[in-house]
Design a binder for this molecule. Structure first.
Ligand code: ADP
Ligand code: MG
Length: 243
């Protein structure tokens, strides 16, 4: 179990996260849903120290780590455990798909370039891009670019894969390929924390769904319970507003 405890964050005078607690069971897919502006991205960014929390800890099973820390060693430790897939892919545009996946292995894991290219090729095969290794991002579709982004994160063998609306920038016909890759990773036992506004996908791909509003977890449960029998009125209201 990965335990997130007491995460708070304000911007200016506005409280976005208010002592949020969340458990992520190992080998499960936990999907966060909630209104726009409810702090979903902020929470994910805090976990990777892209944003500094006002308070909070994350515990990967070897003790709580302070999410407000500025100590490089602690930040590195957490970052080495988390793979991040961004909404807008964040690929290097002047590097091929293979280089985008291989180079972080060299720089952040110290893997030799030959070995890194081998791992990168395997990961690109795994997301259905075997024939696209030498392509530059500008010659790939959005869905293919996002699959490179996923391959890059997974290649680093993170303990937790974090995905922030991985399909929201895609044309509708590109969404399914990315969803299939994510579902497959879930089946293979990758621990994932994902934000999505695709309710059908949240239902199909998740082991647990978490509804966040007002800086708190309002409700967490298996998809069937959350979508078909929400316990909380606010969850029901949110779900009826999304379709
Ligand atoms: P969500 O991902 O749930 O849509 P966000 O986490 O992106 O929500 O944002 C939550 C709130 O925090 C929003 O009101 C947003 O405007 C605000 N916010 C997020 N990042 C910043 C920032 N860097 N500076 C100021 N306000 C921010
Ligand atoms: Mg967001």
């Amino acid at each position: 179990m990965i335990q997130i405890r007491g995460v708070s964050k304000s911007f200016g005078g506005t409280t976005v996260l208010d002592g949020l607690d969340l458990d992520i069971p190992r080998r499960s897919v936990v999907t966060i849903i909630g209104p726009s502006g409810s702090g979903k991205s902020t929470l994910l960014r805090i976990l990777d120290y892209l944003e500094h929390a006002d308070s909070g800890t994350v515990d990967f099973g070897d003790g709580p780590i302070d999410l407000t820390t500025t100590k490089t060693a602690e930040i590195r430790k957490v970052r080495s455990k988390i793979g991040f897939v961004f909404q807008n892919y964040n690929l290097f545009l002047n590097k091929t798909a293979l280089q985008n996946v291989a180079e972080p292995l060299v720089y952040s894991k110290g893997i030799k370039p030959d070995e890194a290219r081998k791992i990168a090729a395997e990961q690109l095969d795994r997301v259905g891009l075997a024939d696209f290794r030498d392509r530059y991002p500008s010659t790939l579709s959005g869905g293919q670019q996002q699959r490179v982004g996923i391959a890059r994160a997974v290649a680093l063998s993170p303990e937790l894969l974090v995905l922030d609306e991985p399909t929201s920038a895609l044309d509708p016909e590109m969404v399914n390929g990315v969803l299939e890759v994510i579902k497959q990773l879930g089946k293979e036992g990758m621990t994932m924390l994902m934000v999505t506004h695709e309710m059908r996908f949240a239902y199909e791909a998740s082991n647990q769904v978490v509804f966040i509003e007002g800086g708190h977890v309002i409700e967490q449960g298996d998809p069937k319970q959350i979508f078909e029998h929400p316990h909380e009125q606010r969850t029901a209201e949110f779900l009826s507003s999304t379709n």
